[in-house]
Design a protein around this ligand. Structure first.
Ligand code: KIV
Ligand code: ZN
Length: 517
């Protein structure tokens, strides 16, 4: 058996299904390039049949990424597979990933199909996909709650139909590590043609066991792990890429397997994701949290000073962490910023470099120290944010304790492509400054979505730090997430709200209809 474990990253698909993690096309492309630098084997770029936006994102990633495989997720339906193939056919290494549920509960209540019908559908879907490419993955959704004998039959049939990877998901995070390892060992032994496919696992974290289950499966012979950066994903998320990879590396003597991950890109990758989705990495998060290498107790500090191995099982440098650098001051030139951007993994053209350079200089005028995180936040805000329908030109907010209700005023531009087609002005009172701002904007766009979530995070430390605001708004059945970063939290709030409105607008244009997975 090979000792290479394929790392299949699904941050852009399962990860994006996590609330608040929606990304736009430019953000997805940037993250895909970062995943390539990280050294994953396969990127699951999205679910092309879900919406026109998903289709375009998958197609763009397929055109961009050259060295690694790009997978498109498709239900076991011909029309999904055709659409999926259309999106990835120009990739250097395309993979069709089709899935169908195999547990009794899913077959009876969700699919309303018998075992025989499911076997026939799985076989037909894989055959249809295999007519396009010899790189076909089949996932038996809810495999961990499926009857083992039936699951083995499904695996045998799809391998005969042309599947080269068979994925065994713990879709609802129900499995226990010893049991999941036994399931993989059972399948490898009892599926007669198991030697003709790579067995993969895809574990969810509902009981906090996603990484443990994946490791147990690898120990039993699985040779692909489906993971996400920082473990983002449906509900409690997926197995975290950085935790799994560092467990394999740190305890290599136990697992005796290798993967192609450049571990020094782990922290930069998780930080990039965190900046894009506007959600901070929790401080206690293994491998990448601020506290992961911080020693607080005196005894620990003393030990680490004498020999880091006393309390450190891996070095911060090995996962790409170093002290926060001060990157630039008022007097730094464009070369310094260009070098910093390359170090952070951003390849920008001359025009984009110019935009970031002047934004960094503006920030350096207002802020004592500009950090890596500040520069990344500016790139995401100034380069990756696309010009949508609504654009804030100017705003002001009055707020305080002087007996006057908080009051906001704004000039909002309406764009058609790059052209400003209308300028609207408005002002409104509110219960607080954010309420005033959101009312003011709602009146200008002609509808008032409900604010479902509002979160502020400081990009760095310091009272002069930039803030990233993330909002989730609801309008009827539709929800959209928006983000904004600025050194003024109210400006960041307005930007986030307008960003969410633009996303709602985009959904309306695309009539986005997401089929149930
Ligand atoms: O959790 C799951 O079962 C999935 C499949 C589509 C692979 O995400
Ligand atoms: Zn999943």
């Amino acid at each position: 058996m090979s000792n290479h474990v394929y790392i299949f990253d699904t941050t852009l698909r399962d990860g994006e299904q996590s609330p608040g993690a929606t990304m736009n096309l430019e953000e997805k492309l940037g993250l895909a390039r970062q995943l390539e630098a990280l050294g994953v084997d396969i990127i699951e770029a999205g679910f092309p049949a879900a919406s026109q936006g998903d289709f375009e994102a998958v197609r763009a990633i397929a055109g961009e990424v050259k060295d690694i495989q790009v997978a498109a997720l498709c239900r076991a339906l011909e029309k999904d597979i055709d659409r999926g193939w259309e999106a990835i056919k120009d990739a250097a290494h395309p993979r069709i990933h089709t899935f169908l549920a195999t547990s009794e509960i899913h077959m009876a209540h969700k699919l309303r199909k018998t075992r025989e019908q499911v076997l026939a559908m799985a076989e037909a879907a894989v055959k249809h996909a295999a007519a396009y490419t010899d790189n076909v993955e089949f996932s038996a959704e809810d495999a961990s709650r499926s009857d083992w004998e039936f699951l083995a039959k499904v695996c045998e049939i799809v391998i005969n139909a042309g599947a080269t990877t068979v994925n065994i998901p713990d879709t609802v995070g129900y499995a226990q590590p010893f049991e999941f390892g036994e399931l993989i060992a059972y399948l490898l032994k009892n599926v007669p043609n198991s030697n003709r496919a790579v067995f993969s696992v895809h574990c969810h974290n509902d009981l906090g066991l996603a990484v443990a289950n994946s490791l147990s499966a690898i120990r039993a012979g699985a040779r692909q792990a489906e993971v996400t950066l920082s473990g983002i994903g449906e509900r409690a998320g997926n197995a975290s890429l950085e935790e799994l990879v560092m467990a394999l590396a740190t305890r290599h003597e136990l697992y005796k397997v290798d993967c192609g991950i450049n571990t020094r890109q782990l922290y930069p990758s998780c930080r990039r994701l965190s900046q894009i989705i506007g959600q901070p990495i929790p401080p206690y998060k293994a491998i990448v949290g601020t506290n992961a290498f911080a020693h607080e107790s005196g005894i620990h500090q003393d030990g680490v000073l004498k020999n880091p191995l006393t309390y450190e099982i891996m070095t911060p440098e090995s996962v790409g962490r170093k002290g926060t650098d001060m990157v630039i001051g008022k007097h730094s030139g464009s070369h310094a910023i260009k070098a910093k951007l390359v170090e952070l993994g951003y390849e920008l053209d001359e025009r984009q470099l110019g935009v970031v350079f002047s934004a960094v200089k503006d920030l350096a005028d207002k802020k004592e120290r500009v950090f890596d995180e500040d520069v990344e936040a500016l790139v995401l805000e100034k380069v990756y944010r696309r010009r949508d329908k609504y654009h804030m030109k100017d705003m002001t907010v009055f707020s305080g304790t002087h007996g006057v209700p908080p009051h906001a005023a704004m000039v909002l531009e309406i764009l058609d492509g790059e052209d400003v087609v209308e300028v609207r002005r408005n002002s409104a009172f509110g219960e607080g400054p954010v309420d005033a701002l959101f009312k003011c904007i709602g009146e200008m766009v002609g509808f008032a979505p409900t604010l479902d979530r509002f979160q502020i995070n400081a990009v760095t430390g310091g009272t002069d730090a930039q803030a990233t605001v993330t909002v989730r708004i609801m309008h009827g059945p539709k929800a959209a997430v928006g983000r904004g970063t600025n050194e003024d939290i109210l400006v960041a709030s307005a930007m986030a709200f307008i960003n969410a409105l633009n996303r709602l607008e985009k959904m309306r244009e695309e009539k986005e209809e997401c089929p149930t997975l």
